[in-house]
Design a protein around this ligand. Structure first.
Ligand code: NAI
Length: 328
């Protein structure tokens, strides 16, 4: 059989970690014939709970799991990993300013960048889930110069999947009938879920839905505000869907995207579609042989161009704020 692949999950004792471990262990991230060794990292206060996760992984007797390492030492956690799913972070607490949350998180990502650079396997593929996901990924990249910037990405696949699900639900068709929506920009409420190039049952989404005012209004805000709606409904933020989307993100990156299909990924911007360069911006991408490529040549109407610009500006502001936090 295949050699096991080491996968790092940071923040593994948290909500998303708990939902992610069994999905990875079942092969949702690297495929049903790829054995894995899980490296689970969390911080000292979560140590006991992390041990509980390990106990449950053993109790589940997952055939693909060839080992589980639990640790609070980031250097140890990063040793030999080929995939790193960065979920660990500092949550926003009542009364905290945006800047305080940013400051805590970018410091974590700066520190973890060095450990990854030193200890991860060559070619490690990194996806940052923890918020601010795009900016954490950028800081990680800037502080791990020997890891190619293309290898460090941010999760916007959850937003992409939410857009697919929202269109499918509206049309009453299986989600597999809907494809090629796009999430542009930041994983935040300025993201732009774009249906202009997508199809449902083979026809353009705009034609299938036949309601542009819904697509230009409620659809966009539903996708943008979905995270808040889940918190309101569950009393906790999305975890099952975040974990599942993180698996989809890595699965397509490693195994490729199906023919004529793209997905959304937060990747280092080369300025495509007028996006600011050198920020981690969500684009439509196709994947092949373990590499992503930004889908080129899509037409962008004025309405969309405005939205691409606004979310890009937010990313530039976040980057400046992050760099300022790291200097202080
Ligand atoms: P959680 O609070 O349940 O878990 C976070 C875990 O990270 C905790 O166990 C905590 O101890 C750990 N942690 C904190 N600092 C750490 C460090 N320096 N190293 C390693 N671990 C550390 O939070 P949850 O619900 O699992 O969410 C995790 C993150 O994912 C949050 O930042 C959240 O905003 C973000 N998120 C992102 C989504 C996306 O689509 N990109 C979707 C949903 C959540």
């Amino acid at each position: 059989g295949k050699e096991p692949v080491k996968i790092l999950i940071t923040g593994a004792a948290g909500q998303i970690g708990y939902a992610l471990c069994p999905q990875v262990a079942r092969g949702a991230m690297l495929g049903p014939d790829q054995p894995v060794i899980l490296h689970l990292l969390d911080i000292e206060p979560a140590k006991q709970s992390l041990e509980g996760v390990k106990m449950e992984l053993l109790d589940s007797a997952f055939p693909l799991v060839k080992g589980v390492l639990t640790t609070t030492d980031v250097e140890e956690a990063c040793k030999g990993v080929s995939v790193a799913v960065m979920v660990g972070g500092f949550p926003r607490k009542a009364g905290m300013e945006r800047k305080d949350v940013m400051s805590k998180n970018v410091s974590i990502y700066k520190a973890q960048a060095s450990a990854l650079e030193k200890h991860a396997a060559k070619g490690v593929k990194v996806v940052v889930v923890a918020n601010p996901a795009n900016t954490n990924a950028l800081i990680l990249s800037e502080n791990a110069p020997s890891i190619p910037a293309e290898n460090i990405t941010a999760l916007t696949r959850l937003d992409h999947n939410r857009a697919l699900g929202t269109v499918a639900d509206r049309l009453g068709v299986p989600v597999t009938e809907v494809k090629n929506v796009i999430i542009w920009g930041n994983h935040s409420s300025t993201q732009y879920p774009d249906v202009n190039h997508g199809t449902a049952g083979g026809s353009p989404i705009r034609k299938a839905v036949g309601d542009d005012s819904w697509l230009n209004g409620e659809f966009i805000s539903t996708v943008q505000q979905r995270g808040a709606a889940i918190i309101k409904a569950r009393g906790m933020s999305s975890a099952m869907s975040a974990a599942s989307s993180a698996c989809d993100h890595i699965y397509n990156w490693v195994n490729g995207t199906p023919a004529d299909t793209w997905v959304s990924m937060g990747v280092i911007s080369d300025g495509s579609y007028g996006a600011p360069k050198d920020v981690v911006y969500s684009f439509p991408v196709t994947c092949k042989d373990g590499q992503w490529t930004i889908k080129q040549g899509l037409s962008i109407d004025d309405f969309s161009a405005q939205k691409l610009k606004a979310t890009g500006e937010e990313l530039v502001d976040e980057k400046q704020l992050a760099l300022q936090c790291l200097q202080e």
